[in-house]
Design a protein around this ligand. Structure first.
Ligand code: FAD
Length: 299
């Protein structure tokens, strides 16, 4: 039995591990794909304090090295469920079960994708899910954006500050975000909105070279030559499997300020939580708090 099992090896899970290990607790991290989480997909991170510019992969490698030096245990396994049995937790993966005194859920989110051919290959090579992160790379250029709700509206306003034009495409004939954002957007001359447009194809094999849209009303096709597109069509949390232990809102885990969930001994941190800002630095912040709360719980 270990002291703490952490579900997910992204920035929040690794930060939690760092703080727990430095408090002399034994830590097992279960990661289903690869360490680093979403940030490993980012070619350039420019908003993590202390490093002017670093690739997401290098940043996560540094985090991983740091926790391994402190004695973290890890397994590449998919956590399928967690149960509380008396005062311990039984964590079931696709391979086996583990026991711990406490659990930290740091399983992040997946960005909703367009589900088009070649999409996975072109992420980081023109396709981006994060304007805050990748937008500055396109300063002084024209950018393309897909989406119609608050994240997309915020991305459009942000990009319009430093890009010459923001071409924004929505699937329906209106926006679904806050009116105040819509009003601001409509006042920006360099944001060009095209409603009723469905992205049907990415052009390019090894890097993005263009986008093909279909007008949902006229069925006419529109091909745009571009080396970039920001996809802001929502995120998908994946927490149903933990709903026996945690309360969910729109799929996100509800915690208090100490990252505690409704079940004593179960904490959650990072993008998987119900919160406003999902960034590496906020994920790390959550991870540190979750770990120290967990250490206090274990005693
Ligand atoms: C392309 C891209 C670029 C970005 N660029 C930036 C940037 O420049 N700056 C910035 O601050 N933020 C950026 N972000 C956002 C940032 O990556 C996230 O906010 C951050 O990674 C959240 O960390 P996390 O640990 O909470 O979750 P995640 O990074 O999502 O990590 C969760 C981990 O849990 C694992 N996991 C999920 N379910 C299970 C399970 N059942 N069992 C085991 N493991 C599981 C996943 O495989 C994943 O590795 C970017 C995001 C993307 C997609």
């Amino acid at each position: 039995m270990v002291d703490i099992i952490i579900v997910g090896g992204g920035p929040s899970g690794m930060s939690a591990a760092l703080y727990a290990l430095r408090s002399n607790k034994s830590v097992l991290i279960l990661e289903k794909e690869n360490f680093g989480g979403q940030i490993a997909n980012s070619p350039r991170v420019e908003n993590y304090p202390s490093v002017k510019e670093i690739s997401g992969l290098d940043l996560s490698d540094h985090m991983f090295e740091q926790i391994m030096d402190l004695g973290a245990q890890f397994e590449l396994e998919d956590v399928l469920g967690i149960e509380k049995k008396d005062d311990k937790f039984v964590v079931t993966t696709n391979y086996r079960t583990y026991e711990s005194k406490a659990v930290i859920i740091a399983n992040g989110v997946k960005h909703r994708t367009m589900n088009l051919p070649n999409e996975e290959k072109l992420v980081g090579k023109g396709i981006s899910f994060c304007a805050v992160c990748d937008g500055p790379m396109y300063k002084g250029k024209e950018v393309y954006l897909i989406g119609d709700a608050n994240t997309a509206l915020q991305y459009a306003l942000l990009l319009a500050n430093y890009c010459t034009k923001v071409h924004m495409f929505t699937l329906f004939d209106r926006f679904f975000g806050d009116q105040i954002l819509v009003d601001r957007l409509l006042n920006k001359e360099n944001i060009i909105v095209k409603h009723n447009m469905n992205l049907i194809q990415y052009v390019g094999e090894d890097k993005l070279e263009g986008l093909v849209f279909e007008d949902t009303k006229t069925k006419e096709k529109l091909e745009c030559n571009t080396d970039n597109v920001f996809i802001a069509i929502g995120q998908i949390p994946n927490n149903e499997k933990f709903s026996n232990l945690v309360e969910l809102e729109k799929g996100y885990i509800i915690t208090d300020e100490s990252m505690a969930t409704k079940t004593p001994g179960v904490y959650a941190c990072g993008d998987t939580r119900k919160k406003e800002i999902r960034q590496v630095v906020t994920a790390c912040n959550d991870g540190a708090i979750a770990a120290l709360s967990t250490v206090k719980y274990i005693g």
